[in-house]
Design a binder for this molecule. Sequence first.
Ligand code: HMG
Ligand code: MG
Length: 348
Amino acid sequence: ALADQIRIIEVGPRDGLQNEKKSIPVATKIELVRRLAGAGLQTIEAGSFSHPKWVPQMAASDEVLAHVLRNPPSSPAPITYQWLLPNSRGLDNFFKVMNSFDKPEGHGYPTPPPSPQQEAEPTLEQPQSSVETDANVRNGQKHEVSIFLAATESFSKRNTNCSIQESLDRFAPLMSSSRAQGIPVRAYISVALGCPFEGPDTDPHVVADLAVKLLEMGADEISVADTTGMGTAPRTGKLLRTLSEAGVRNEDLALHFHDTFGQALLNTMVSLDHGIRTFDSAVGGLGGCPYSPGATGNVATEDLVYMLHSLGAKTRVDLEECARIGEWITGEIGKGNASSAGRGTLAR
Ligand code: HMG
Ligand code: MG
């Protein structure tokens, strides 16, 4: 049943903000992440460790990471944070912050390992659950990284200054290293339904081939991205069938729709019918890729949640709170609120 299977990856703090020209205070970014967690969004892509010259807006992501490590937001369920990175240098910078938190003398590790006596006799004051055993868990919150490559050579060159094969070669050691240190890796395939430089007809077999390779390399999930929003219902269906024929399981896939041409929810419906259950979205419909001219925001989280609830899905997301966050953050950055469901909810 659809009801309990949906996962939403909130990418607003990363994809939503990365393209903004005006510098956004780090306190605003931290507040956005905090509010999203409070609204019931359980997986949040909160920043990126790209080269600050290439994506200046994400330069303070280390501060956002350091903040959430020390101040886990109050939320009903544990939050999973995802951190985008383009290469091993980004992974090193991510681990620098993660590992500084591990050291008790550095930032006050919150749950020191229990003494042998406590281990033998767990008491209510020292619940076993406070002992963090998962390598990617800090202060009760999970951390994962996401990497990205492209399905066309032109976009690969513009976005990451290398060919598709070079990105695969670059990510192989990165993935092994991250997973060896207990951090799961999500992989985006950009321009899967159209490229700003090569047009709308990205070859679905190239996407499927990349998905298979990334999964073989150890990716925990593939996010198939319609970077330009050029995807249509027929081509989304064809891409999903091609992925299935190549042996890629629906449970290993997420869909990442940008809404430039207003087709994101329709394409989401096509994906739901195909059996996809994980979707990326950004509150307020924020977003765009600095290296995809003309592309606008991700599908708005409010729009996605409104539709999913109408279909009987339980997302645990508070739509009204989400609508308030969308209105607040688009106001903060001086943009119109791009979410129809958000504006509609607030006008009720
Ligand atoms: P490059 O210039 O080819 O890098 O950029 P390089 O490897 O030649 O290194 C040059 C210098 O940069 C070196 O320093 C490196 O250490 C340094 P030097 O030795 O000369 O002093 N450097 C870094 N510094 C900090 N952080 C780093 C880093 N890497 C190298 N991570 C690179 C190649 C990939 C780094 C660059 O092209 C880049 O950062 N690209 C990122 C672009 C990006 O973030 N795009 C937006 C996100 S993707 C997206 O939005 C799509 C998505 O939403 C899905 C969709 O919708 O399609 C995910
Ligand atoms: Mg994107």
